[in-house]
Design a binder for this molecule. Structure first.
Ligand code: BEZ
Length: 347
């Protein structure tokens, strides 16, 4: 068994066609077919059922595909990390989610450049989830995101928790109330914008006695607009609530009356400005579109969005300790509460 055979099998399995796999890999169809046959002969197992179109994997093929594709991804990660170790890049490539750009990221970069005037920093707007893959491939050296990730290659530092605020149009009936309760917002259309959802294992039970008759398991929907209200005799579905804002409401036993899902935070705030609904955003966003939008505090202390710093466990870019110290200096200057942490190089 060799890597060529395994890569041929993965291409065929991904594309379910010898001709598409040949185009993707740049190999001829007879070569691909020969590599697959050799692999099957070596293993003594039929992996691909060739008698159906599109091609099907056999049951053994499905098992082998799942396991071997994870191993091949690891090989790619190790190869890319080894290359970086032997020739570390001088530039620092930073991945970030848009909400941290509105917050302290520009100030942090300015601070880092004060102590490292020659540093080259590249910023990439990339979702929390995609940051994990980008770290492994070497596309970025560090990621700032809002979600914890359990991944054997990644170490994460929780930088701080940022309070969520309610964003309402200035004309909204609740706009004048300084401190808001989630239950009072439940009759509004809630605009959802997160690209990354919570892992199912972190979803929890409601925090206190339910205020409405719904639970934190709501009818799941991917539709851009949907009603969540349940009639009194309707059974809630058992699907866990993984969308972060819905999850927050669900922790208080609240299911917003209606939701609209949009592609990003800017669009969400655009809809709020147009009076199409309300949303919750981290406090750093409170200076955006203030001609049309007011931002109000939430009474609930746990209504926060965390900020995580992610990097690889085995390869910490030499400038990352300076970056962390720049972050802590910014926090100290602004009086932001944080718990100091440092990186460990685990080998
Ligand atoms: C923060 O808002 O805490 C933050 C944002 C970007 C980078 C580091 C920290």
């Amino acid at each position: 068994m060799d890597l060529k055979q395994l890569n041929a099998f993965i291409a065929i399995a991904d594309l379910r066609s010898f001709s598409a796999a040949a185009t993707k890999t740049g190999l001829s169809q007879p070569t691909l077919s020969r590599l697959l046959k050799q692999l099957e002969t070596d293993m003594g197992v039929e992996l691909v059922d060739r008698y159906h179109r599109p091609l099907h994997l056999t049951e053994a093929g499905v098992f082998f595909y799942d396991k071997i594709s994870a191993i091949l991804t690891e090989i790619d990660t190790v190869t890319s990390m080894t290359q970086r170790l032997s020739a570390p890049s001088t530039a620092l490539n930073i991945g970030f989610v848009p909400s941290v750009l509105y917050g302290l990221l520009p100030e942090v970069i300015a601070k880092l450049k004060q102590s490292n005037p020659d540093i080259e920093v590249n910023l990439k707007d990339i979702s929390s989830y995609q940051q994990i893959e980008a770290l492994k491939t070497g596309e970025i050296d560090i990621g700032f995101g809002r979600f914890a990730h359990q991944d054997p290659w990644i170490q994460q530092i929780l930088l701080r928790h940022e309070r969520y605020m309610v964003a309402l149009s200035k004309a909204h009936a609740l706009a004048h109330i300084d401190e808001q309760r989630l239950i009072d917002l439940a009759n509004n259309r809630l605009i959802l914008y997160h690209q990354t959802h919570l892992p199912i294992s972190t979803t929890t039970q409601p925090i206190n006695t339910p205020i409405s008759n719904s639970t934190n398991h709501i009818a799941a929907t991917d539709k851009s607009s949907s009603r969540h209200k349940q009639s009194s005799n309707e059974q809630p579905s058992l699907e866990p609530v993984t969308e972060p804002l819905l999850h927050l409401f669900a922790q208080y036993g609240i299911s917003p009356f209606m939701t609209t899902t949009v592609s990003d935070l800017q669009v969400a705030l655009g809809l709020v400005a147009a009076g199409e609904g309300i949303t919750l955003v981290p406090a750093s966003l409170k200076t955006v579109r203030t001609e049309q939008i007011v931002y109000r505090r939430l009474l609930h202390e746990n209504a926060t969005s965390p900020i995580y710093l992610h990097t690889l466990k085995d390869f910490v870019h030499p400038k990352i300790p300076d970056l962390l110290s720049a972050i802590y200096q910014v926090y100290e200057r602004r009086g932001i509460t944080y718990r100091k942490q440092s990186f460990t190089l685990q080998r």
